[in-house]
Write a protein that binds this ligand. Structure first.
Ligand SMILES: Cc1ncc(COP(=O)(O)O)c(C=O)c1O
Length: 392
């Protein structure tokens, strides 16, 4: 065998995640590994909790990163909060709501589905109907930012409704955190999870989570033990909890946590509001270019995610061929459609560090030249100018 070190190509990551990682974060990750019970590491963990409280805009004590990707954060919320026989209303408007349903079933819960069209926001009226029809429901779950369709739902209204009918709210903020407002305390979100690799621009593999007192109470009153040993919050908190003795639970991914710490330091330095504004501005510039080219967005105005833009693939254009050319000729990655949108949409991420003017102009120029070269029916020579005008 003659295998040598792996050196990945340098790409521009404008897909649904992971997004481009800020070099500061990669540098933080390469700092010396220390023991995960070292007093200096414990000090860093305390700071991490504070930083994540800032990112989530919460005072929740139970705020920490799960040592695994967003899917584990999702699972952590469901296995801890859903007990066998609990009715859980799951609002689904894309792929990730479907995964929530899987989690409910596997936790022994009963799914009450509220299905919306893919590409649209979750409809609060439909949720209210389900809440009225199921007065014994315990939990409402929905995806704030559906990465599979580019739709943003009104988390504040959905959480308010859940509470009006005595339900707890579980919110997926994997793609929303850091890109659009996520106000955990103000909106009263009971349990929330995110991912490191989207608008936090960190390396993939960690999932910040936060639980309020109502959620913690439900967990502490469980009649059945949490079926997952690794994700049982009662055990995890012996490691991450306030004043906890940092008892060994699992070996924390030390260097990955340095990276997340740095990512949220970067976010704090920029300021949440400034980060949300930057995402919005670059989205609007991209939007101007896409529309000028004659292409269309899937999500409608007011429900569009600035950090994840879903654009309809023009008739007769080969989705995979375009994405391959972007990768091969321009070192640029975008995503294809998922589920119902497979082959019908491109997903263009402008997340975190990748949300900048250079990337917007680079992508529009590259897409336009590829589509023109393929003889696609688009307006040529206008997209970059339209986006550029937006910045002036
Ligand atoms: C909305 C949403 N939820 C959950 C996940 C799962 O996260 P991960 O891939 O980090 O496990 C993703 C990943 O793209 C996502 O976009």
């Amino acid at each position: 065998m003659n295998i040598s070190s792996f050196h990945p190509p340098e790409r521009t990551l404008m897909g649904p995640g992971p997004s481009d990682v800020n070099p500061r974060i990669l540098e933080a990750m390469s700092r010396p590994t220390i023991g995960h019970l070292d007093p200096e590491f414990v000090r860093m963990m305390d700071e991490m909790k504070e930083l994540l409280q800032y990112a989530f805009q919460t005072k929740n004590k139970m705020t920490m990163p799960v040592s695994a990707p967003g899917s584990a954060g999702m699972e952590c919320c469901f296995v801890n909060l859903v007990e066998p026989g609990d009715k859980v209303i799951v609002c689904q408007n894309g792929v990730f709501g479907g995964r929530m349903k899987e989690n409910v079933t596997r936790s022994g819960g009963i799914i009450i589905p509220v299905d919306d069209e893919w590409g649209k926001a979750v409809d609060p009226a439909k949720l209210e109907e389900a809440l009225k029809a199921n007065p014994d429901a315990k939990i409402v779950a929905f995806v704030h930012a559906e990465t599979s369709t580019g739709a943003l739902s009104d988390a504040k209204t959905l959480v308010e409704l859940a509470h009006r009918y005595d339900c707890l709210a579980i919110v997926d903020a994997v793609t929303s955190l850091g890109g659009v407002p996520v106000l955990v305390d103000e909106w009263g979100i009971d349990a929330i999870y995110s991912g490191s690799q989207k608008c936090l621009s960190c390396t993939p593999g960690l999932s910040p989570v936060s639980f309020n007192e109502a959620a913690v109470n439900k967990i502490s009153q469980r009649k059945h033990p949490v079926q997952s040993w690794f994700l049982d919050l009662n055990l995890v908190m012996a490691y991450w909890g306030e004043g906890a003795k940092r008892a060994y639970h699992h070996t924390a991914p030390v260097n990955a946590l340095y990276a997340l710490h740095e990512a949220v330091v970067v976010l704090q330095e920029e300021g949440l509001e400034a980060a949300w504004e930057r995402h919005q501005k670059n989205h609007l510039a991209l939007h101007a270019g896409i529309i000028a080219m004659g292409l269309e967005f899937i999500a409608k105005e007011g429900e569009r995610l600035p950090q994840l833009n879903t654009v309809t693939i023009p008739e007769g254009v080969d989705d995979a061929a375009v994405r391959n050319k972007l990768l091969q000729d321009h070192n640029l990655e975008i995503g294809g459609g998922l589920g119902a949108l497979a082959g019908k949409a491109w997903r263009i991420g402008l997340m975190g560090y990748a949300s900048n003017k250079t990337n917007v102009l680079l992508f529009l120029g590259a897409l336009e030249s590829i589509l023109s070269g393929m003889g696609a029916n688009i307006n040529s020579g206008v997209a970059v100018q339209a986006a550029n005008n937006f910045y002036e």
